[in-house]
Design a protein around this ligand. Structure first.
Ligand SMILES: [Zn+2]
Length: 264
């Protein structure tokens, strides 16, 4: 038997300053090299570099990046201004439009058009997080598949255990089928519930916090959030199906004050 497999390895390269589209500020990022390791008989035989990722230390947002964006990478984080000068001295000029808009939103001097665009942006950004984890079709497929697998295993185990007792292949086969079918009737719905709950937990733990951070400076009203979701429906973004604006608004009322988050 040939044992072969792949795994994704993460190699930390250092820290750099960059613009975070969710914090909407310059933040410290951890830069990591992702690579794919091919194993044969548990020994690594080949390594190929995948993408370089940057992970915001404040909000945990992660996306691809390039080493050419930075002057240098620091082995440790330092005060933000120091990190900017050492790793990304031109970051403010690169993102001057985004930073200026962020300041105007915080100072409440934006036009209503700019404000809606500002509110919509984080929903469009988190939309890419959803398909792999939350597509309803994928969830149904996975939940059903897990349920069937459990039913097949239980059916086979029942048949194996029953074989020496019954000594009749037909009875053994029937017992296996009946127990597999009965298990499937219970396991499939339970696996579907488990898969949907897991997906919901992913959204609550990963998507809502990012939206909270991105929207905190603008303090949107519930009506504004509903208007944004309505306008996003025109773009056919799946995020619309997953976000409960009432729940998001409720979370926004509980968030820490602006100064506390800014200092985070
Ligand atoms: Zn961030």
């Amino acid at each position: 038997m040939i044992v072969i497999g792949w795994s994704i390895e993460e190699t930390p390269l250092g820290y750099a300053a960059d613009f975070c589209p969710f914090c909407r500020r310059i933040r410290a990022f951890k830069i990591t090299q992702l690579s794919q390791q091919t194993h044969t008989y548990f020994i690594s035989v080949h390594e190929s570099e995948l993408e370089l990722t940057m992970n915001c230390l404040s909000c945990k947002f992660s996306c691809g990046t390039k080493t050419s964006n930075y002057l240098n990478l620091e082995p440790q984080t330092s005060a933000l201004e120091e990190l900017i000068q050492r790793t990304h001295p031109d970051v403010r000029s690169k993102y001057k439009n985004e930073l200026a808009l962020a300041e105007r939103v915080r100072g409440e001097t934006t036009t209503s058009q700019e404000r809606i665009a500002w509110l919509k942006e984080p929903f469009q950004l988190v939309n890419h997080l959803l398909p792999n984890h939350c597509s309803p079709l994928l969830l149904i497929k996975e939940g059903t598949m897990y349920g069937f697998c459990i039913a097949i295993v239980i059916g086979i185990v029942t048949a194996v255990v029953a074989a020496p007792i019954s000594k009749n292949p037909d009875i053994t086969k029937s017992l296996g089928i009946v127990s597999g079918f009965a298990t499937g009737m219970i396991a499939v719905p339970l696996c579907l519930i488990w898969r949907f709950r897991k997906s919901r937990r992913f959204i609550v733990e990963n998507v809502y916090p990012l939206l909270q951070i991105a929207l905190k400076g603008s303090r949107p009203t519930l009506d504004e959030l509903n208007a944004v979701m309505q306008s996003l429906q025109e773009f056919d973004l799946s995020i619309v199906d997953y976000i409960d604006t009432q729940y998001l608004y409720h979370l926004m009322q509980q968030e820490p004050k602006e100064e506390q988050l800014a200092a985070a």
